[in-house]
Ligand binder design. Structure first.
Ligand SMILES: [Zn+2]
Length: 102
């Protein structure tokens, strides 16, 4: 700890509110999982930036589906956004490529 407080001090100050006998094990990603995670994040970023740029530059209408060659895989990507709350919906036809609403 950079502020001089030890983990033991933090744990004794912040008592668990419920007693637990269960040991929770935190999953530390393997290097292979890290690679997959980074690939997914960069694919997400690439698609996210592309569709938002298109909406902005081409003034695409809300509440409609728009179609694009997926910038990540070349498959058919459908996307749209809500005129009500601005949420983006993105679905690539390629299994496992991209599918989200946010
Ligand atoms: Zn794709």
């Amino acid at each position: 700890m950079s502020n001089g407080i030890t983990l033991d001090e933090i744990m004794s100050a912040q008592q668990m509110t419920a007693p637990t006998s269960i040991q929770f094990r935190v999953h530390v990603p393997t290097p292979e999982e890290e690679v997959i995670f980074r690939e997914e994040m960069s694919r997400h970023d690439l698609i996210d930036r592309t569709v938002k740029r298109l909406v902005r530059e081409q003034r695409l209408q809300p509440d409609k589906w728009h179609t694009l060659d997926c910038p990540a895989c070349g498959g058919e990507l459908k996307f749209g956004y809500s005129g009500y709350n601005g949420h983006f919906h993105v679905h690539c036809a390629t299994d496992g490529c991209a599918s989200w609403m946010e």
